[in-house]
Design a protein around this ligand. Structure first.
Ligand code: PXL
Length: 261
């Protein structure tokens, strides 16, 4: 069985973060493991509290699982502090982890900052050079590239700029663009567009986490980046179609088999 590690924050409501990643891994048939970087108290309405995990404990979690079980791929989500960005980059290198998918999470859905300003430059300098794929949304792509992203053309320019920081591939998620939600994948040479249908419905959370977790699982299983992105998009579209509204705020995607209501 293929093994996939998520290095990310805990979301008590399990709509995003490590809990969401682990659900996706299970659904896609890979063995999921986690290294928790921060504990958030949150629900469908927003983030109430954030507690940082000490960098040495984040490092210890990575070492424990990678030295014993190993990892065929790794998804990196909320890192929060510059120290954790540095140490994750160092461990990826030292443990020679392959198929590294970075979700450069800067803000939660409710606007809470999940990556400090100083951590952004560390991410650019230390982590992105070691990434197989980095998958920013529009706001994150603008922050990383300095280019305003309004359509697939400007997304391709931003992706090319971000690719100069060293990741093999850049995927800009177009879900927040006006009109058709087109994702742009840049492979270092050229850009390719992935079209998707916008699913009507109330505001959602966790879909970015689900997409990058699914891509990591598919890379672990030996798919090419292009195929992993295409399949992960279909997987997330289905998870959105089965979304559940359980709290009073945003709805969460659902990947399991439907219960009896
Ligand atoms: O969806 C971004 C995200 C990722 N990881 C954690 C989060 C959130 C959003 O709230 O809490 C832990």
């Amino acid at each position: 069985m293929k093994r996939v590690l998520t290095i990310a924050g805990s979301d008590s409501s399990a709509g995003a973060g490590i809990q969401a990643d682990l659900k996706v891994f299970a659904q896609l048939g890979v063995y999921g493991m986690s290294a928790v970087t921060a504990v958030t108290a949150q629900n469908s309405r927003g983030v109430q509290k954030i507690y940082k995990v000490a960098p040495k404990i984040v490092a210890a979690q990575i070492d424990s699982v990678v030295r014993d079980i190993g990892a065929d791929a790794c998804k990196i989500g909320m890192l929060y502090s510059p120290q954790v960005v540095d140490l994750v980059a160092e461990r990826i290198e030292r443990r020679d982890i392959k198929n590294v998918v970075v979700d450069p999470i800067v803000f939660a859905k409710d606007g809470t900052r999940l990556l400090s300003a100083r951590a952004v430059s560390r991410m650019i300098n230390d982590l992105l050079p070691r990434a197989t794929l980095v998958a920013p949304n529009v706001a994150e792509a603008e922050l990383l590239s300095g280019i305003k992203v309004t359509d697939p053309q400007s997304a391709a320019m931003a992706a090319e700029q971000i690719s100069k920081f060293g990741p093999d591939y850049v995927l800009i998620k177009g879900g927040h663009l006006d009109g058709e939600p087109i994702d742009v994948l840049f492979d270092g040479q050229s850009a390719r567009e992935y079209r998707g249908e916008r699913v009507a419905g109330p505001p959602m959370r966790g879909t970015g986490c689900a997409l990058t977790a699914a891509i990591a699982a598919l890379l672990a299983q030996g798919h090419s980046v292009q195929d992993a992105v295409a399949f992960a998009k279909q997987f997330v579209a289905s998870a959105i179609a089965h979304a559940v509204k359980l709290g009073k705020g945003k709805v969460s995607f659902y990947t399991g088999t439907q219960g009896e209501g």
